[in-house]
Design a protein around this ligand. Structure first.
Ligand code: HEC
Ligand code: HEC
Length: 408
């Protein structure tokens, strides 16, 4: 290799620096990048494997029953694996547990109650009664059982709280909150804002829930006052029981435990009891908000289901009404309403499923005092959908009259 300018300026020949230093400098340079495929380091694989295991275990524990309707962390049971401190709430013993219960109660209050009763607990004049300083909560007039009953089933009609008059409707929280949460939130409201009420145990709520199991309606003040004042949560007759049990006789497997008492009525292969039971859950997440848990509706705003001729009448008309919606004046049980029902499956995609729609309709047709001999089948829903597939606008009184003239 002959070089163009050999001699003085060739560093190689003239330099005096220790040659090993030059090598050291070269050695300090980074190695040429290599194009080899390097295997994932073992430690990284192990970390990934551990993360996957953790994810599996996490889902296993906190799956909430995989139920979209009730999903929340309290439904699953982490204590089966890990003794978390929060689980002390269930026992509601000692001081530490009490603190946790109040904290849980505060959380539930913020999630559920404060929208109406306000963060301050002061409510809203004329609309939502105050909880702060409420004589309903200090145990003097409305003992624990009465208050538990109110939160479970709701309350409607005229009431007086701290001298203020209210005439609203509080929805029952039984479907939304389990006994543990109800006990916690009541303990919280009985102690927050300077209130001097006591503590409510999960077991008390559980007992009350069982006792009032037959009741679907909200309480009125007269009814709630019939709940005896002595705080024992056992055997005492529920004022609603007679009415509710009467309504639940023979072919009315409407509520909770149809299998045990009510005969299972089958129409061909269609299991109406199963349909009603399934419909109950769907009702709780769809229609309840407007038509109310007891099917009572809200006077002037949302028509009732209980006793409604639309609900119990011609099933074809009922299906047509709910899948297309209804706008303008409508008379239900002799009361006039003038509002809008948006097609229910647009509001609630779960009802696009014919079976689900049939189930919720079977539930409202056979609950409270309602009774219908003809079940709504998924096939009927399908048929009515096809029949009115070209209709885009909601029903109105004139169209209904024209299309279903003979309907009673
Ligand atoms: C949708 C609004 C709403 C929500 C949510 C709500 N309430 Fe109420 N609550 C009311 C109304 C309205 C009344 C009065 C009912 C009447 O006028 O008959 C009431 C009454 C009460 C009463 C009896 C009267 C009083 O002020 O002491 C208590 C106790 C009560 N609610 C507790 C709760 C608790 C606890 C929660 C949360 C778990 C809750 N409420 C959630 C609207 C609501
Ligand atoms: C957002 C509030 C709202 C929801 C949710 C709702 N409805 Fe309605 N519903 C109304 C209103 C308002 C009317 C009355 C329409 C009018 O006045 O023209 C009505 C009327 C009705 C009627 C006819 C009148 C009667 O009471 O018999 C039926 C049947 C009905 N709804 C069924 C349902 C079903 C089934 C669901 C649940 C799948 C449901 N609605 C959910 C607001 C609602």
């Amino acid at each position: 290799m002959s070089q163009p300018n050999e001699g003085q300026d060739r560093l190689d020949y003239q330099e005096t620096a220790d040659i090993t230093e030059v090598h050291a400098a070269i050695a300090r340079e980074h190695a040429e990048p290599s194009a080899d495929v390097t295997p994932i380091p073992t430690w990284l694989s192990l970390v990934c494997a551990a993360a996957l295991c953790w994810a599996g275990i996490y889902i296993g524990i906190f799956h909430g029953g995989f139920n979209p309707k009730v999903f929340n962390e309290y439904e699953s049971n982490p204590s089966a694996f890990f003794p978390l401190p929060g689980n002390a709430v269930a026992t509601s013993g000692g001081a530490a547990a009490e603190l946790t219960q109040v904290q849980l109660g505060e959380k539930v209050y913020k999630e559920v109650c404060q929208a109406c009763h306000q963060p301050t607990g002061l409510g809203q004049a004329g609309q939502f009664p105050p909880l702060a300083g409420s004589e309903w909560l200090d145990g003097s007039e409305y003992n624990e059982k009465r208050v538990v009953a109110i939160v479970l089933k709701g309350l409607k009609g005229p009431v007086t709280v701290k001298g203020g008059a209210f005439n609203g409707a509080m929805p029952g929280q039984e479907q939304a909150l389990n006994p543990k949460k109800i006990a916690a939130v009541l303990t919280y409201v009985k102690q927050a804002w300077g209130n001097k009420g006591g503590e409510i145990a999960e077991a008390q709520v559980g007992a009350a829930k069982k006792e009032f199991a037959d009741r679907t309606d909200q309480w009125t003040i007269e009814e709630i006052k019939k709940v005896p004042l002595d705080a024992k949560l056992e055997g005492a007759a529920s004022p609603a029981a007679p009415a509710a049990t009467q309504a639940k006789t023979e072919t009315k497997p409407a509520d909770a435990k149809p299998a045990a008492s009510a005969p299972v009525v089958s129409t061909g292969t269609f299991d109406i009891a199963k349909s009603i039971a399934n419909g109950k859950g769907i009702y709780g997440t769809t229609c309840t908000a407007c038509h109310q848990p007891g099917g009572t509706g809200v006077p002037g705003a949302f028509p009732p289901f209980d006793g409604s001729e639309w609900v119990q009448g011609d099933p074809r008309r009922l299906v047509a009404l709910v899948i297309k919606g209804y706008a303008g004046p409508i008379t239900v049980k002799g009361q006039a309403f003038n509002n809008i029902l948006i097609a229910v499956d647009t509001q609630f995609p779960v009802l696009k499923e014919n079976t689900n729609l049939a189930d919720v309709l079977n539930f409202i047709r056979n609950s409270w005092s309602n009774k219908s001999d003809v079940p709504v089948t998924p096939e009927l829903v399908e048929k009515v959908r096809a029949e009115f597939k070209d209709r885009v606008e909601p029903w109105n009184a004139a169209d209904m009259e024209k299309t279903f003239p003979a309907a009673k």
